[in-house]
Design a protein around this ligand. Sequence first.
Ligand SMILES: [Zn+2]
Length: 452
Amino acid sequence: MKKHALLSFAAFGAALVGTPAYADHAKGLAWDITEGLTTEIGPRQGGTEAEARARVWAERKLKALGFSNVRTETYTMPTWVRGEERGDIIAPFPHKLAITALGNSAATPAEGLTGEVAYFNGWQAFKDARDEDVRGKIVFVNHAMKRAQDGSSYGYFGPVRRSGPSLAARKGALAFVMRSLGTDMHRNPHQGNQSWEAGVTPIPAAAVSLVDAEHMALVAKRAVTLKQPIRMKLLLTPRNLGPQISGNVIAEVPGSDPKAGMVVIGGHLDSWDLGTGAFDDAAGVAITTAAAHNILKSGKKPRRTIRVVWWGAEEVGLWGAKAYWEAHKSEPHALVSESDFGADRVWRIDVKLPEAAKPLGERLAAALAPLGIAASREVASGGADISPAVAAGVPVIDLQQDGTRYFDLHHTPDDTLDKVDPVQLQQNVDAWTIMLDLVANAPEPLLNEAGK
Ligand SMILES: [Zn+2]
């Protein structure tokens, strides 16, 4: 009895310590890549030394998998990195905020910056504000982003982050603080990029967790009743490193008919730095690479070359996307498609194909239906890294992922491997494999006016 009990405990203990549920290579190549990249590299912000290590990792992985023409194409880009970050409401009710600097934020003085808060309940209220209501103050903008399967709320409320800091600077504000673009109720601020409009002098710009934004709304209500201003202290010490090296990692499955053009797929290799970038976008490079590898290992050469790109420096300004298109726009791109919306299941396919390839769209819809994927009348628009190709008129397919929980994790410390569901990840790989097989082998012409 006793011996048996001891053995059981030992076995149980080993299971607990040695093999966490998610360290399982039997889960397939997409899992293997997502796990490897997030474990061995972790955060990999564009332009940093961590992103450089990620490129080496990616190249080694793609070569080991048997892809052809594996290489890294580098470019330089201005690089901003975060420093220390702290935010506190100091009056009328002291409260420590969960805060993070937005991309390209200016630094506060080393001892921090203290000021009165100008609180705005929504983007329109802030846009309508007179300069004298904002000048010399710390602007705080709340908003009402909501959860949506297609993630559309992010687009609607996006201007708060994209244009808020510049508008605050133009109105003479001391600093800009916003409710994070997100949908989780955790003490996690959401990182994100913003660029200063021409002629604007940068000011400190940051985002607080949704929990802290709710808290701020309650404080703001009381401040009105008490006729007492809210005062906040900010300490942000980000730095500009100047031009740094970044790069795209490229691999191919050669096709048999060079005149038919290439199918270019992928995701972005870089991530923001608070989490390990599992959802955004290790999963995307993993899904597309695993699907291309399925075509490769089938042993049957596809008609069209499949090019897999792990784009660099997406989050910080699409530097890899721009460099890729500049270097490759004269090559015949038959179709582009990107995976950059997490690791949850594909629920819909949107296409934008030439008229002559309409039957391909119908075959795709029929082949994907058994995976629970619906055809749609929406016109595919593509992910950020393929936007230059899409703008040039290259046909595009979107395998739309379920984004219901995407913005709980997006750009937060919570974007980590444990959030990836291996079953949904594999459904993505299955869908991408079917799509790639049909598109790469389609007899229909896909090269349109953008192709050469
Ligand atoms: Zn992304």
